[in-house]
Design a protein around this ligand. Structure first.
Ligand code: SPD
Length: 426
């Protein structure tokens, strides 16, 4: 007969793979599997990724719990395996040691609830037994796993199912398709949300239609980045457009979105599209002058492969490649999340296109940190997008195509600049 109610193993996993120690989805999956492998009934898992790094989480099991706190910068995980009944927690230990690639570890095993020291109460446990049987139903197991897009001081978190549909480390970045409860499947590059099924239209309608309606007769359009395909899908709704060239550096982004986000990647087979998997910065260096009516830079944030998309040299090359009357639109970051990148980009555009030729369009994306985002323009002699006069054709187009964010009021309103933004770009 057991002399204790529970068994508690306190584990030090050292020299673990630091990337795994910072991967909330992998750790949740491994902890749940560690419990199940040892025969536990999983009730719930709650895992969080912290800023700037580290993961904490608990798997509640009918036989007690498994808990973890990681320090990726030390390749270290502190793990508690607390079990009762027949469950053998050393099976969980072995599983986690393998998953974390820990090459040095130690463990301290303690008996918890020594029966000789306790006095047993006399109460009816039959209803609890019934509840425990309900928990054996696998549908009862709930997951609470959070994906966090953040800097040092601010974050946006989405609860996701824990399922990872695509996870590839390309030469440029980690490309993942995850599924969030609120916004459906999402594309994440490294730890940043790029787009989600449920709110992608905010971004893709606003990066394309204001420029196309301001120009009025764009035939030749260049897109740099935009690997999910949402931007070219919107551009190709315009009959005036004869050719779209899209240059995306990372073929893995295109593969992932074609397979798992087909409604966004819907226009890759359009015969007007020339798709080039290559470096957009180098492409523009060699582009023929005065070639494009519109250039759209649908890049990610200014870290990793997209850093060069925020440089003076790159936008000077965009200016040269635009026809007279041409329009540049660039993913402009957030005036509340990335103030520095936001204002530096506007200064660069003012310097190259002229002080009054670098308007900013603000719009909302619920899944980007702070929700407030921008596109920044460079006008090569084009009319100011705020002054569009073709409202009735805009609204007829909106109705015919079933657009869900953009309309003629939004077009004009998005170019109104709050005072704090004016200050940022003065
Ligand atoms: N922090 C997100 C920045 C937006 C990057 N581009 C998104 C790609 C959508 N086509």
């Amino acid at each position: 007969m057991s002399t204790a109610l529970g068994n508690h193993i306190l584990v030090e996993f050292m020299n673990c793979d630091p990337n795994i120690m910072n991967d909330v989805a992998a750790i949740e999956r491994d902890m749940v599997a560690a419990a199940q492998k040892a025969g536990a009934t999983v009730i719930n898992s709650t895992f969080h990724h912290f800023s700037p790094w580290g993961v904490s989480g608990v798997v509640v099991i009918q036989e007690s719990h498994l808990a973890i706190h990681t320090w990726p910068e030390y390749g270290y995980a502190a793990v508690d395996l607390f079990t009762c009944g027949e469950m053998d927690a050393w099976i969980s230990f072995d599983h986690l040691k393998e998953c974390f690639r820990s090459t040095s570890y130690s463990a301290l095993e303690m008996k918890r609830g020594t029966v000789n020291l306790l006095t047993r109460n006399d109460f009816d446990m039959s209803t609890m037994r019934q509840k425990a049987n309900e928990w054996k139903n696998p549908d009862f197991y709930t997951r609470n796993v959070w994906f966090t897009d953040k800097d040092e001081d601010q974050a946006l978190s989405l609860r996701f199912t824990g399922d990872v549909f695509y996870d590839v480390q390309s030469p440029f970045q980690r490309v993942r398709i995850l599924e969030s409860y609120k916004y459906g499947k999402m594309l994440a590059l490294d730890d940043m949300v790029m787009t989600t099924e449920k709110d992608e239209f905010h971004y893709h309608e606003m990066i394309s239609h204001p420029a196309l309606f301001t120009h009025g007769n764009a035939k030749n359009v260049l897109v740099i980045g935009g690997g999910d395909g949402g931007t070219v899908r919107e551009i190709l709704r315009h009959d005036s457009v004869e050719k779209v060239t899209m240059v995306e550096i990372d073929g893995e982004v295109i593969n992932a979105c074609k397979e798992f986000l087909p409604a966004i990647a819907a226009a890759f087979d359009n015969p007007k599209l020339e798709l080039i998997v290559d470096d957009g910065i180098a492409f523009l260096k060699n582009a023929a002058p005065e070639s494009y009516d519109i250039i759209i830079v649908d890049g990610s944030d200014p870290v990793g492969p997209a850093e060069g998309l925020f440089s003076v040299e790159f936008y000077t090359n965009c200016y040269k490649a635009l026809k007279s009357g041409g329009i540049l639109v660039a993913q402009g970051e957030s005036p509340k999340f990335n103030e520095k990148a936001f204002s530096e980009l506007n200064r660069t555009l003012q310097q190259i296109f002229g002080k009054d030729n670098a308007p900013i369009s603000l719009f909302f994306v619920p899944t980007y940190p702070t929700g407030m985002w921008s596109f920044q323009y460079g006008l090569k002699g084009a009319q100011h997008p705020k002054n569009v006069s073709n409202e009735s054709s805009i609204d007829a187009f909106v109705a015919a195509k079933g657009l869900r964010y953009y309309n003629s009021d939004i077009h004009k309103g998005s170019f109104a600049t709050p005072n704090f933004v004016k200050e940022l770009v003065k």
